[in-house]
Design a protein around this ligand. Structure first.
Ligand code: NAD
Ligand code: 0WE
Length: 269
């Protein structure tokens, strides 16, 4: 018996086999969950459909989370095909590329709206219609990043969007608690995905980040997947409104330097 046997999970945000959402899907599948997926547009359908079919998913439907009519149509189909389900996973973020470099103060009004709409409001937009379909003991999970709490170069408007997302997790957790539904976030360390590879200097950032963590490495999609499985299972039945770090310990570090370099070095060289 798997940890998620008999559970149905709807996963938003698979783009390809490097997606964090796909790491979560693989872990859920290995613990016995039945899976459903969205895809964004025909180009991604070609990538998502074969992946989804490899884990025996039957529910594979289009949904742009910035379009209310698509969200409505999506859940109408979910209600028809599944009726009720247990787990909702939100792995969606987007900002204009030109807002993810240079000065944060140059963030445009329209860029701010877009980033917050797709990366933060969309959690509310896909959770509200899910509520009547979610079973008691259900779980909603989203993905966030440390750039919501501390300044990370170039993360810019996405940091503001993730702060709004994390706060939405707490308010949604309070709303849905009475229905026995939990809402949580995973704050993942940097991982090379499609979204991340669109970022200038990501390779250098990954190397620097990996050297700073207590585990002296970065985390993987699979490690996010196993933590997501725990949070979405009855083993986390007492956990809601939480942001759980899957970052190799990065968030606990206040300052980091190479201690070996200090050995035998005269002070004030
Ligand atoms: P990814 O590119 O694989 O996934 C992002 C997904 O967002 C894609 O599937 C894309 O289709 C989807 N998306 C964008 N706009 C959409 C829209 N309008 N409607 C529907 N879907 C839309 O990248 P990823 O890194 O796996 O990102 C997944 C989540 O993880 C994001 O929330 C991201 O912020 C978060 N995260 C990523 C990292 C990292 O370093 N990769 C670290 C922490 C958190
Ligand atoms: O949340 C993310 C990815 C966010 C993201 C990335 C892109 C690149 C391509 C959102 N929208 C876009 N739009 C594009 O056109 N991460 C946590 C990964 C990430 O992105 C960064 C990071 C890290 C880490 C951007 C700048 C600095 C660090």
């Amino acid at each position: 018996m798997g940890l998620l046997s008999g559970k149905r999970a709807l996963i938003f945000g698979v783009a390809n086999d490097r997606s964090i959402a796909w790491g979560i899907a693989k872990a859920f599948h290995s613990e016995g969950a039945e899976l459903g997926f969205n895809f964004l547009g025909e180009a991604l359908e070609k990538r998502v459909r074969p992946l989804a079919e490899s884990v025996n998913a039957k529910l594979i439907l289009p949904c742009d989370v910035s379009k209310d009519d698509q969200i409505d149509a999506f859940y109408k189909e979910v209600a028809k095909i599944w009726g009720k389900f247990d787990i909702l996973v939100h792995c969606v973020a987007f900002a204009n590329k030109d807002e993810l470099s240079g000065a944060f103060s140059n963030t445009s009004r329209s860029g701010f709206h877009l980033a917050l709409d797709i990366s933060a409001y969309s959690l509310i937009a896909i959770t509200r219609p899910a509520v009547p379909l979610l079973n008691e003991g259900g779980s909603v999970l989203t993905l966030t990043y440390y750039g919501s709490e501390k300044v990370i170069p170039n993360y810019n408007v996405m940091g503001v969007a993730k702060a709004a997302l994390e706060c939405s997790v707490r308010y949604l957790a309070n709303d849905l608690g009475t229905k026995g539904i939990r809402v949580n976030a995973i704050s993942a360390g940097p991982i090379k995905t499609l979204a991340a590879s669109g970022v200038g200097g990501f390779k250098t950032m990954l190397k620097t980040a990996g050297e700073m963590t207590p585990l002296r490495r970065n985390v993987t999609q699979d490690e996010v997947g196993t933590t997501a499985t725990y949070l979405s299972s009855s083993w986390a039945s007492g956990v809601t409104g939480e942001v759980l770090y899957v970052d190799a310990g990065a968030n606990i570090i206040g300052m980091s330097f190479d201690e070996k370099k200090e050995e035998g070095t005269p002070a004030a060289g």
